[in-house]
Design a protein around this ligand. Structure first.
Ligand code: TRP
Length: 447
């Protein structure tokens, strides 16, 4: 059962694998986080730096992860055990733990998207029009019963899809939800850019202002890139392990990076023109999505419909990501401990749900703070700013130094698919990525 046997599940097609991997990458990070991070970091200049980072470092680490996973044909821990041995499985372990932690709070925020789809028709527009979207948000997140109920609903959907398996679950639902996400995003962009006064938003978003670029901007771009591409915790190792040996990896990794970046970039076109057209604050931070945007929708004709579509978009994006987080944990318990997929999905899903309850309660002040941070922020910090960068450093070093021959063979399909920039890739894994990530790690470690 624990070997890379013929009975291991596989993606049904290359397209299915790419939709699943892009589904993992495209998430709240793209639609909720990228636009506000861009807004806070000077717009266009930030976007340019972000592009350089994701296509050089992000792509390289993504390819390393997919290669490790496909070569071993196992979960994150098993892959390091098989290819590296020694202490390397600890890297996979860190990834599994990060999966538990990230999904615990991700499920909370994702649950809000379900609530907001409903609220779009039941009072959100009225609150927005009266300038009270912030109060509505505050009242919502401080109502424990509501927040936990929506979190439970979202986790149920996640567990269900993972329980159905790779082909009949994750791949099937991602193949439906990712194209739908794209269509909804295009509808929202068309609406936004045709609003009177949209031009100012486009200018803010696209015109680079290099005077706003500091060391902090670059850190923000690196951190955002890692989270957005689902790197550093073995997600792409796990997904790669279900890919057949014939597919070319570099082009698959490049497609995923491209799709993820495009959705993030396009989200800005749906959001900034609307924010400027209605005179809202573009640098509003995390509240941009749940407070600023409802106020924007409230001022549009058929605002509730656009609001619903927006939160549906966010829901799809979140769900195709949350299944990848759960799958990292499920694959480990399945491969290494011999659990059935059904048992692993339900038991781990419920444990993660329980782990997320303190996060759900913390925003309304119903849970004690941890050294000054809300529980949700503390878990986010520990996983995103500590475990993911550490994982990223070790994964790159592993591919670039320890497993070098294997890595070269895997990304070229044993030499049959030449990879033109193989040498550059190896050096990014050896030196550039570890140093860049170590730098984000040290600089970003401010509680
Ligand atoms: N990439 C997703 C987003 O942008 C979140 C995510 C899914 C993730 N799986 C991950 C982040 C693994 C880090 C690691 O929302």
């Amino acid at each position: 059962m624990s070997e890379n046997g013929a009975d291991r599940e596989q993606w049904g097609s290359r397209f299915g694998f790419i939709m699943a991997a892009a589904g993992s990458a495209v998430g709240l990070g793209n639609i909720w986080r990228f636009p506000y991070i861009t807004g806070m970091n000077g717009g266009g200049a930030f976007v340019l730096i972000y592009l350089a980072i994701v296509f050089i470092i992000g792509f390289s680490v993504m390819l390393a992860e997919m290669g490790i996973g496909r070569a071993a044909g196992l979960n994150a821990v098993g892959s390091f055990k098989k290819l590296g041995g020694g202490a390397w499985p600890l890297v996979g372990w860190m990834g599994v733990i990060a999966g538990f932690l990230i999904l615990s709070f991700y499920g909370v925020v994702a649950g809000w998207t379900i609530a907001y789809m409903i609220k779009s028709f039941t009072g959100l527009m009225e609150a927005g029009a009266a300038g009270k979207a912030g109060d509505l948000f505050g009242a919502f997140v401080s109502s424990p019963a509501q927040v936990v109920a929506y979190q439970a609903l979202f986790m149920f959907a996640t567990i269900w899809i993972v329980f159905r398996g790779i082909g009949e679950g994750i791949e099937k639902y991602c193949k439906l939800m990712m194209p739908a996400l794209f269509v909804i995003l295009l509808v929202l962009i068309l609406r936004a850019v045709t609003l009177d006064g949209a031009g100012k938003g486009l200018e803010f978003y696209l015109k680079p202002d290099f005077s706003k670029v500091t060391g902090g901007t670059i850190l923000a771009a690196l951190g955002q890139g890692f989270f957005s591409l689902s790197l550093g915790m073995g997600c792409m190792i796990t997904y790669g392990s279900y890919l057949n040996k014939k597919e070319a990896l570099p082009s698959a990794a490049m497609t995923v990076v491209f799709l993820d970046t495009m959705v993030a970039f396009l989200s800005g076109f749906a959001i900034f023109p609307a924010v400027f057209a209605f005179g809202m604050e573009p640098a509003a931070g995390p509240g941009l999505t749940f407070i600023t945007l409802p106020s924007v929708f409230a001022k549009m004709p058929m605002g509730s419909v656009f609001s619903f579509l927006f939160f549906l978009l966010l829901f799809f994006a979140a769900l195709t990501s949350s299944v990848s987080l759960l799958e990292v944990c499920v694959a480990y318990f399945k491969d290494e401990l011999g659990w059935s997929r059904a048992k692993a999905s339900w038991v781990l899903g419920l444990v993660i749900f329980a782990l997320g309850v303190p996060s759900a309660l913390s925003l309304g002040g119903h849970f004690p703070k941890i050294a000054g941070k809300d529980f949700l922020d503390a878990v986010d910090f520990l996983s995103s700013n500590v475990l993911l960068p550490l994982g990223g450093i070790f994964i790159s070093l592993f591919a670039g130094w320890v497993w070098l021959d294997g890595a070269r063979k895997e990304v070229t399909n044993q030499g049959s698919h030449p990879f033109p920039v193989e040498t550059a890739w190896i050096w990014v894994c050896r030196v550039v990525a570890p140093l860049a990530i170590a730098w984000i790690f040290v600089k970003g470690l401010k509680w």
